[in-house]
Design a protein around this ligand. Structure first.
Ligand code: NAP
Length: 251
């Protein structure tokens, strides 16, 4: 785990990932670097980790400070150690549907859907958000499960009309309590990816839980819904990476 700077939210995310490693007995190293770390320094650390046989997964916590180029840094991680699945090689594989790693948050959502035995095939699936880390891969995963997928974003016209069609609605907007009851079809499965702060600074999601919960068929809470699943999927990707590395070595 590599973290640069002192963004408080990132510190919490990394601490939670570290805790998960400890709980699972998974060896981990944490590099907390100062905000003024140069690109060369960061690239050279990644180089070292790329070639360290003890390390099977490398996670660079985003966002990085402004002077560092996220893309350049992520592209430097070996795809087989890219347990966040942000490297273009892994992104391309997700598109094709032949992948080792799936970005952890969408993977966590799919796991919730699978465990809850929510059928996806033939269902109307609406994803609000088209980011590279959540919205886009989320949509691809639902498509691979034969959902009929619509992706919405800030330029979508008549958003409410689209979201009200959804049998499965995934909110990944980053706006607190954005999804209101009148945007949801009664009985829909509502999955809230958001990690936002309400007007009192309290953690909340992109869905107005109090309004939507009475009409939803199923709904995930924030905290305690998608968040913990994201960490679990990171651990799963790391285990997959370790297994692959051992297979490659013929162990
Ligand atoms: P992001 O990169 O900011 O993307 C937000 C998306 O929402 C964009 O595609 C944007 O559209 C769309 N959007 C913004 N305003 C909208 C509006 N009024 N109507 C419709 N769409 C709108 O955010 P992200 O990284 O995907 O994260 C989304 C949320 O998930 C955040 O709350 C984040 O903290 C949370 N998150 C949680 C986890 C977890 O582990 N639970 C992991 C990652 C992220 P444009 O593309 O048109 O701008």
């Amino acid at each position: 785990m590599v973290i640069v700077g002192d963004d408080p939210a990132s510190q919490v995310y990394v601490a939670n990932k570290e805790k998960a490693c400890t709980e699972l007995g998974m060896y981990s190293e944490k590099y907390a670097l100062p905000a003024e770390t140069t690109e060369e320094e960061l690239l050279s650390l990644i180089d070292r980790l790329n070639h360290d046989d003890k390390i099977h997964g490398i996670l660079v916590q985003l966002p990085l400070p402004k002077h560092l180029d996220d893309k350049l840094i992520i592209n430097h991680i070996l795809p087989e150690k890219d347990v966040d699945a942000f490297h273009p090689a892994n992104v391309g594989k997700i598109m094709i549907g032949d992948f080792d790693f799936v970005p952890c948050t969408p993977a966590g959502v799919m796991e919730l859907i699978r465990e809850s035995e929510v059928p996806v095939e033939g269902k109307e699936c609406v994803v609000i958000g088209r980011s590279n880390i959540v919205g886009k891969p989320m949509s691809m995963l639902l498509l691979h499960q034969n959902g009929t997928v619509t992706i919405c974003h800030s330029r979508t016209k008549d958003l409410k009309d689209v979201t009200r069609r959804a049998d499965i609605l995934v909110a990944a907007v980053g706006i607190p309590k954005f999804v209101k009851a009148d945007m949801v079809k009664p009985g829909a499965v509502v999955i809230d990816v958001g990690m936002d702060r309400d007007e009192n600074g309290k953690l909340c999601g992109d869905v107005d839980f109090a309004e939507v919960e009475p009409i939803a068929g199923a709904i995930t809470p924030v905290p305690g819904g998608v968040g913990p699943m994201t960490i679990a999927m990171l651990m799963r990707n790391t285990l997959t990476a370790a297994k692959r590395a051992h297979e490659k070595k013929g162990c």
